[in-house]
Design a protein around this ligand. Structure first.
Ligand code: HGY
Ligand code: MN
Ligand code: MN
Length: 411
């Protein structure tokens, strides 16, 4: 059914409508989970899906669940979707492409007058980025059961606002359905997403078929020294919290390079207190983000990160740390990976099998159903920054592959 094609203009128009919410004065997009910008973008998606006649529901943690019925009501549905929340000053495609692509893929199925045997559900997962609340992939972790709804609703942001109170921003009408999905309740899951790296560009491929997703550990560390006068305190008397943190960050870089196997380490968030230009830093709050494609390398880089905290002692700086999150790496399902490759071939596109270094909701969905992802190339391999971009023809190609894949999986 080669006439099954997504309308590229409609996809770009929907992406720009979503991008109108959450523009950041510092450039890019800042759309925290459950913020008014997040809720506004979600209402646009609801309107488009309702116009297609889908049954619109929401679950107890705020995941949106829009259902296109199939001819066999007893058959487990196929799910597709992604997230709308962003990192601070991020891009406009990370998340929204998977949501807008799903909307446009279902519009293409409707235009082609396709009735599938299985229902298809479009899911907008809440709080994937972990930028507002202490952890990420919140909505999909509630679906897989890694988090209970009670645990999610009790999460608090930096201002002390509970997830439960923030959820009111969505103003979802009616009763919520349970978030937890048991294995077998969903036939398959597929997420369309920008690659966020440079592998597809380097291989000249338009479509990525994701075989596995890296795991992650995030730790919050506090370095406590002495705030003191920058001019009157001799170097040998200092307990400089920032220098201890700096040595730790450099030790993390060494650890990732030496552990290898695709391990990476980042200190993306670091705050200096009291923060005066003429005060020796008394306290530093830092968060590290460690990733690896398999548990052994993730354990190795995490162990090195914890061991490197002893740098503080050499400077008489006290160090305390707590783990914020650990997400296990996960393999995607061969049946769905092959279906991605078939769908790409159906529309004449070259696909490339690859591992995702970024975390996605598909990682939790893989715990309850056969899952994989469709990647499209990121220009210059850039993401989580205002420069995030993908060529329109690749965006449309990815959504068209999704339409063919959904038709194939839903039967
Ligand atoms: O951090 C990640 O990999 C994803 O963007 N949340
Ligand atoms: Mn992201
Ligand atoms: Mn994402």
């Amino acid at each position: 059914m080669n006439e099954l094609r997504v309308d590229g203009d409609s996809l770009m128009k929907l992406l720009s409508e979503l991008a109108a919410h959450g523009r950041s004065p510092s450039g890019g997009w800042t759309r925290p989970a459950l913020s008014e910008a997040d809720a506004a973008a979600r209402r646009i998606v609801i309107a488009r899906l309702a116009a297609l006649g889908l049954e619109i529901r929401h679950d107890e943690v705020g995941n949106l669940r829009a259902r296109r019925p199939g001819s066999d009501g007893a058959a487990a549905p196929v799910w597709t979707g992604s997230h709308l929340d962003s990192v601070p000053s991020g891009g406009y495609l990370d998340g929204p492409l998977g949501v807008a692509g799903a909307v446009c893929a279902l519009e293409a199925l409707a235009r082609a007058k396709v009735k599938t045997r299985r229902a298809i559900e479009v899911v907008v997962f809440v709080g994937e980025e972990g930028s507002r609340f202490p952890r990420g992939t919140i909505g999909s972790a509630a679906v897989s059961g890694e988090l209970s709804a009670v645990e999610v609703l009790a999460l608090r942001d930096a201002e002390g606002v509970s997830f439960a109170d923030a959820l009111a921003a969505y103003r979802d009408p009616g009763a919520a359905i349970p978030a937890r999905v048991a294995p077998g309740e969903v036939h398959a899951f597929v997420e369309l997403h920008v690659e966020q790296g440079g592998v597809l560009e380097a291989n000249g491929a338009q479509i990525g078929a994701v075989t596995a997703i890296a795991g992650l550990v995030q730790r919050a560390v506090t370095f406590t020294g002495d705030a003191n006068h920058a001019g009157a305190t001799p170097m040998h008397l200092r307990r400089d919290a920032l220098l201890a943190a700096a040595e730790w960050a450099l030790a993390l870089e060494r650890a990732a390079r030496e552990v290898g196997g695709g391990a990476v380490a980042t200190v993306g968030k670091l705050e200096v207190f009291p923060g005066g230009k003429n005060i020796i830093p008394g306290r530093v709050e830092a968060i590290c983000d460690l990733r690896a494609p398999d548990a052994a390398h993730l354990d190795a880089v995490d162990a090195r990160a914890v061991a490197a905290l002893q740098h503080g002692a050499a400077r008489r700086v006290a160090v305390s740390e707590r783990r914020l999150q650990r997400v296990e790496p996960g393999a995607m399902d061969e049946r769905v990976i092959a279906a991605v490759e078939r769908a790409a071939a159906q529309v004449g596109l070259r696909s490339h099998r690859m591992v995702s270094g970024a975390i996605h909701d598909a990682l939790h969905m893989a715990e309850v159903t056969a899952s994989s992802m469709i990647f499209v190339p990121s220009v210059g391999g850039r993401s989580h920054c205002p420069e995030e971009e993908t060529r329109p023809e690749h965006l449309t190609a990815g959504a068209t592959v999704l339409a063919h894949l959904l038709l194939g999986l839903a039967g």
